[in-house]
Design a protein around this ligand. Sequence first.
Ligand code: URA
Length: 218
Amino acid sequence: MPNAPSTPALIDIDVVRAAALSCTKCRLAAGRTQVVWAAGNLEADLLFIGEAPGFHEDREGEPFVGAAGQLLDKLLGEIGLDRTKAAIVNVIKCRPPSNRDPQEDEIDACRPYLQAQIDHMAPRVIVTLGNFATRFILESSVGITRARGRKYRRGEATVVPTFHPAAALRGGRFGGISPIDAIRQDFRVVRAVLDEPPPQSRHPVEEVVAASEQLDLF
Ligand code: URA
């Protein structure tokens, strides 16, 4: 499993962050105001992964500070959480022009940074917001409408895929549910997992069923 966590103790996240902040590995470096590394608490048990910085994030240097971020904060509050209890990052760290979708080679160039963030945190719960984060973590081409509504295991972490908050702002219904109702449902699952006692023993990665295998069961 190429995205399986490596040894957290060996990750010096400050070194990785410094490398990311001056990264020129892909075309997005030319158009950015700044690299958008992370918000919240990179020592927390909970990690949210979005897609890419937008206009406001590029200006402020922090993920999810625009309208989608405000909705995310509100939904976090509904389950008794805030940004001190979670980290918020993106699959890619630089804003794509005109907020277009990230391209495959851009995701690949940025992969080591997100991988290092995951390895450093070794979070108990990873929430993937939308298609790009879900596909990255589940290593699958599955769309979010199909993937959400169940939990997956990725190394030690429980993965809860859900809609991107921007989809909730746009409205509509997907798979018989509105994105906002789906996110609320999924966030209740997140709360429940966090409320479980922390695992006493850590399972070797070899023993867990890879998320991609779970998806094959659909
Ligand atoms: N959408 C994202 O996916 N990430 C952000 O940081 C902001 C909006």
